[in-house]
Design a protein around this ligand. Structure first.
Ligand code: IMP
Ligand code: MG
Length: 174
């Protein structure tokens, strides 16, 4: 077991829902007449993806990719390994990477490099959470939900050692 406890609610299910609806509307407007391919990064993005895709009023397609970053329970090392690759070909597609949280941005940087080598028509990122002041420069994140403080967070798909992904609200971890 990982040391620590579920702390207070940082973002309630209602706050999350309002923002996810806005992000869906923005994507719907920006991609009008197109059929974007949403790529969820497992496992953390699974709840966000489920809510986001239902707020996009376009013929979207969904795929998932699982990556594992080497490191401890609460730190990323930046070394990423693809554990489950995509089923859908990215060539000429309008791709949106759907991420739970961008901390250092190392995972995202790796994914962006890997996926842009597959010749999509466009490649953008939609991240629910950005950890304030932590990302490497030049990370170009087109859609983002919330900026959050440095504390580790759990719930709404995010885990600590695979626990607490099913909490409906986003909590701090202390
Ligand atoms: P990065 O490579 O440092 O940007 O780390 C991003 C990945 O680390 C996310 O996709 C999460 O899986 C994980 N992560 C970072 N911060 C948290 C957190 O506060 N709670 C749960 N997972 C996190
Ligand atoms: Mg994780």
């Amino acid at each position: 077991m990982t040391e620590g406890d579920v702390g207070g609610v940082l973002l309630s299910r209602d706050e999350l829902s309002v923002r996810v609806t806005e992000l869906g509307a923005e994507i719907t407007a920006d991609y009008a007449g197109r059929a974007p391919l949403l790529i969820g990064v497992l496992k953390g993005a699974f709840v966000f993806m489920a809510d986001l895709c239902r707020e996009i009023d376009l013929p979207v397609e969904i795929d998932f990719m699982a990556v594992s970053s080497y490191g401890s329970a609460t730190k990323t090392s930046g070394v990423v390994r693809i554990v489950k690759d995509l089923d859908i070909d990215l060539a000429a597609r309008d791709v949106i990477i759907v991420e739970d949280i961008i901390d250092s941005g190392l995972t995202l940087n790796y994914l962006r490099r890997t996926l842009s080598a597959r010749n999509p028509a466009s490649l953008e990122v939609c991240a629910l959470l950005l950890r304030r002041d932590r990302q490497v420069p030049d990370l170009d994140i087109r859609y983002s939900g919330f900026q959050i403080p440095p504390d580790f967070v759990v719930g709404y798909g995010l885990d600590v050692s695979e626990q607490h992904r099913n909490l409906p609200d986003l909590h701090s971890w202390r």
